[in-house]
Write a protein that binds this ligand. Sequence first.
Ligand code: ZN
Length: 202
Amino acid sequence: MKFVCIGRNYVDHIKELSNDRPSEPVVFIKPDTALLESNKFYYPHFSKDIHYELELVFRIGKIGKNIEAKFAHKYIDAYGLGIDFTARDVQAKLKDKGLPWEKAKAFNGSAFISDLKPFDSALLDHPIQFHLDLNDQRVQTGDSSLMIWNVSELIEEVSTYFTLKTGDIIFTGTPAGVGPVQIGDKLTGFLSSEKLFDLTIA
Ligand code: ZN
């Protein structure tokens, strides 16, 4: 499986990083080795500025490519939350030089996925709210209706380039409020008011 991730999908997050609003979705991929296999994230030695990014994630339930947005819901079988851990210092250097982001975004353990919930296409008719607490303080609040491209449009875009396979995970981008983690921190993710995960930084 792979993680297909979207950058710059919320206007308020684009502003906080002083990025330009893209004319098409920014897409990058993490390999299966990026999956964080437990609820403990070990701070990697190659970075001094690891950031959390809370995102809505969707799991692909059947293989497809060149999927039209209007049929995209048929390809989703579960959804939940994920953390797209980012080595912001490494990313800044790579962005400066116009180089690919993989070292900053796709390293071991950089993709955390909560327990997932069964998906029903009716879910896409309403905004999905989510939030993240860092040491019990609210740091990120998200709402799917504020995405520049919704998940159906994202699936159409990414499946133009990449065949989506059963079990692949789409990260849909992070809202504003990203920030650094320190060893000992606790991250708690909520979908609406339901707690979906606790994660510690070690
Ligand atoms: Zn992200």
